[in-house]
Design a protein around this ligand. Structure first.
Ligand code: COI
Length: 357
């Protein structure tokens, strides 16, 4: 398939934000986007980069009624020698195809989409912010576009990629966040769609998130849906607990997102010789460890969240402070190391980083 590139008329270019400290997350998008369509019997076609614009969607489009969609989140970094770096992007595209399988949507040709994504990033490279911790967020999205009211998989899809400059995902930046343990709502069940990156999981999290926010918490910590005791994830990130000298995260049971930053952190910890386990552990284990002072650190991991230290956990109306509410030593070390890798400053012994410009 050919990739057509239609550049924006220079007079229509949007102003690029100049103050990186005010970027926030997910508010500004660049001048171009990638798009292609899928029709049953024809496959993916009409691949092009064109000026960023509103979508033309029939109000009956299946995605708008039954949520048949999947997306990804990854970043391009402006790093060493003013270079442009991507991190483990093939893993994101592979996960997108797995989400498509679960949502009965067609797979993407990964090498083709990877190339189109790079072309888009290079075309809009002036939008990549330069300050430490900032990046160009890349959002690929597949949506079902058949105009039909009734529950069945679509015969038509739109795949698009938009990009925009971002700073920290949480208002706290890299400072410790407070999380609220939900024992009333659940995010996903084993056998459901929790391991897929799809809108429904995020929609299902909103009510608990709003209630947590009203109580003053940044995020919700989800427990497993069946027994309501095993730690799962934090909706916008996976989560790690350091008990004594062992770092623990939930196993990929099928109800949590298989995070790429999660996997990177596991591999980095193994390389550093730190004991890391993927095993079931309960909120009661966390409370007991906090009480006997063996709970050393808690941090979240995600593309948007990077490494996010947790300072407070509230469960059943009791606040449990972690690492005296400060940034833990390991969280800081992981944050510094991952960022140095992603921005091309640290030698990449994993083969995760690609300089594209
Ligand atoms: C990401 O970490 O990139 C995500 O897509 C999570 C989303 C909450 C921004």
């Amino acid at each position: 398939m050919e990739l057509e590139i239609q550049k924006i008329d220079p007079s229509r270019k949007k102003p690029i934000p100049t103050d990186d400290s005010k970027l926030g997350f997910g508010q500004v998008f660049s001048d171009h986007m990638f798009m292609m369509e899928y029709d049953a019997g024809k496959g993916w076609h009409s691949a092009r980069i064109e000026p960023y614009r509103n979508l033309d969607l029939d109000p009956a489009s299946l995605v708008l009624h039954y949520g048949q969609e999947a997306f990804e989140g990854l970043k391009a970094y402006r790093g060493k020698d003013e270079g442009i770096y991507l991190f483990r992007y093939l893993n994101n595209l592979q996960r997108l195809n797995r989400s498509c399988d679960r949502l009965v949507m067609p797979n993407l040709d990964i090498p083709f989409v990877a190339e189109a994504m790079k072309q888009l990033v290079l075309l809009d490279q002036d939008w990549i912010p330069k300050s430490p911790g900032t990046s160009l967020y890349i959002r690929p999205n597949i949506i079902a576009t058949d105009p039909f009211v009734g529950v069945r998989p679509s015969n038509r899809y739109l795949f698009y990629i938009i990009v925009g400059p971002v700073g920290a995902y949480y208002p706290e930046g890299f400072n410790p966040v407070s999380i609220f343990v939900s024992d009333q709502y659940v995010r996903a069940v084993v056998g459901g769609i929790g391991a897929s990156k799809t809108a429904g999981n995020y929609a299902a999290s909103l009510l608990a998130q709003m209630e947590a926010k009203e109580k003053g918490f940044t995020q919700v910590l989800w427990l497993d849906a069946k027994e309501r005791k095993y730690i799962e994830e934090v909706g916008t990130m996976n989560i790690f607990f350091k008990f004594g000298d062992e770092v623990v995260t939930s196993p990929l049971t099928g109800s949590i997102l298989p995070g790429i930053t999660r996997d990177s952190v596991i591999q980095v910890l193994e390389k550093w010789g730190i004991r890391v386990s993927e095993r079931l552990f309960s909120i009661d284990d966390v409370v007991a460890a906090q009480k006997d002072k063996t709970l050393k650190e808690v941090f979240g991991t995600g593309t948007a969240a990077i490494i996010s230290p947790v300072g407070t956990i509230q469960y059943k109306n009791v606040d449990y402070q972690v690492a005296d509410g400060k940034i833990g030593e390991l969280s800081q070390k992981l944050y510094d190391y991952l960022l140095a890798l992603q921005y091309g400053y640290e030698e990449d012994s994993f083969g995760w980083v690609e300089k594209i410009g």
